[in-house]
Design a protein around this ligand. Sequence first.
Ligand code: EPS
Length: 399
Amino acid sequence: MMMRFLTAGESHGPGLTVMIDNFPAGVPISSEAINTDLRRRQEGYGRGGRQKMEKDQVKFLAGIRFGKSTGAPIALFIENKDHANWNGIMDAEGVETDEKAFVRPRPGHADLAGFYKYNLTDLRDALERASARETAARVAAGGIAKALLRACGIEVLSHVTKLGGIAIPQSELPASHSSTKEWLAFQAKVEANDLRCAGSEATQMEIRTYIDETRKNGSTLGGEVECIAINVPAGLGSYVQWDRKLDGKLAQAVMSIQAVKAVAIGSGELGGTVDGSLFHDEIRLNTQAAVVRPTNRAGGLEGGVTNGSPVVVKAIMKPIATLIKPLMSVNLQTVEEEQAHFERSDVTAVPACAVVVEAMVAVVLVQALLDKFGEDTLGDIQAGMQAYQARLAPPPSTN
Ligand code: EPS
């Protein structure tokens, strides 16, 4: 059985619940690291009013004892502080009032899908569950996954590469083959600004100004983020069957994030525009006769299997569908054209999306790691990794 997680919870319900099944015993887990990620997800220039109300904190309900996983299912809870303001609307029991029914679906959101699929008369049920509030639960699950990866020497990082069509210039981006130390220094630099990007002050200013203008115009912005997992051993995933290819699994997990519309592995898009000699990463030997890959356009994956280079996943987020100046829609009660519903929105959540991508990538890497090295205890996994790495001689190294 593969490690997996499920979430439950509405955006304005009492809170979000996460259940993680098949997670190994003995993994050191701290609420502090998870709360740091939850805070990172709430931040970022362009966020809206909801984030000022919430102070997301994880509560451990099961599966963790004295700071370590026990092997039992892990249950987590994150409270929605805003729930207190939704009395009479988000009650689990009682009688529904029609007056406040939400009947004008937002183009780009799940509202109309909820009407078709679940026969909803109040589209709130779609809004509540499809809302990106659910990504807080994913980040908590990702925090548990990251704890295991960290114990195995793997770190998952991220940064914003484009926002509202403004790209961080190539010269300001990191080289994809930097050492671990360089990556960690890069991440610290990214964390220090509210766009979570590597851009210069001038680039950041340009982006912030564009976000401010878009807010005034009543609209929203999307962008692109990049997630990098470093020290991932070669050999995770498999090329032998379509549903065992790790690039495919990563794409599915990242594409499932609210508002993500495109996913690429490494420099995937470049592959459609240059010839093979400019795309593929040469296989060379360093002075210690270890196999090295001087470039990483493959994003650490060849044949759906990790190759020892950092695993690089890019995600493109569309602009948030809830617009202050709404697009046209149809009132499903009166069957007349009207503007779509507006409640509250962010101008952009691209910096937050980067943190959510980290979480989803971490979960998929944990699944692949457990598939290769067993899934019962951290000690067995670490011993398996050591023996495996000893077999890989000379070991693939990107440093
Ligand atoms: C979000 C919480 C939501 C939105 C946003 C993301 O809270 P509320 O609906 O109460 O404002 O701020 O989600 C959307 C705009 C959306 O369309 O899903 C969060 O916690 O990330």
